[in-house]
Design a protein around this ligand. Sequence first.
Ligand code: F6P
Length: 343
Amino acid sequence: MRIGILTGGGDCPGLNAVIRAVVRRSVKTHGADVIGFLEGWRGPIENMVMPLTLQNTGGLIQRGGTILKTSRTNPFKIERGPERILESMERNRLDGVIAVGGDDTCGVANRMHKEHNLNVICVPKTIDNDLNATDFTFGFDTAVNVVMEALDRLHTTAESHNRVLVCEVMGRHAGWIACYGGIAGGADFIAVPEKPLNVGELLSAIKTRHARGRNFSILVVAEGTRLENIGQVLRGEELDDFGHAKLGGIGDTIAKIIEKETGYETRAMALGHIQRGGSPTAFDRVLATRFGVAASDLASEKQYGTMTSLQGNKIKPVPLEAAVSQLKTLDMDLLEVAGVFFG
Ligand code: F6P
């Protein structure tokens, strides 16, 4: 067996752990050769490859980012993109390719499988945890831990100054990072994209808290949160290859409203790409490793058109179609738990 592997979309901690696991399992158990395509789907389009061996993939479990680099390349926006991917598969004599990515990368994989018969298996990654048909994606737990640590730090400075601090977090159109991070970090209010933000409700939660002597508040706001009457706040007008707008700035907007309406001194900060950097947590290392081993096994069984998924505590293959058919938005039961601590 000869297989390729690529990492596409926004990076996240755990990608290197998947690469390491795919190579180890494929070489040692299946006697296979593995090559890496560089920079996501751009790799097979431009035929940018590197050999992957036990030697050059050792010691990667703790390393963030991806040794294969990544990009948000959409082959369906490039002239002869899909055909060039197939030519690259042929040129490298590959039986199949493992694509590690989120909804965009897996969406491309699904179309390539259905429309061009590409032998592809996906591994779900994204800090946003918004990929359907899997309980968790790797990268999410690490991002949540970054948010939790930030909130711990914000607490001490907010309390010292009697301030309201608004922490904007990533997650695109899903509130998973905001809700998990907010619960773990003891947030006094959490705003998520799934529920348009009612400013009156937010102000009353802060005022109630201050009225009982807690003269500071920590708020977590997901970047995709929409304000009732205003809508979504964007960092710019331009869209990426997959049609996504750059979200960001809602934290600032909300902070200004709070200061104006309550008179409480308020500051905002956005955690941004810090949430995607650094080493993976133990949970993400284990999940990424299990996914990598499973993906290699699926390739050896020629179970193409599938994605590895976590269901309960078991790793199971699911059809790619199920994974990309819809976005997995926040389980609103979690926001209810978080809400017990608002106000
Ligand atoms: O999908 C991961 C993610 O980090 C989102 O949470 C965020 O909206 C987006 O990527 C940022 O993308 P970029 O790295 O292209 O700015």
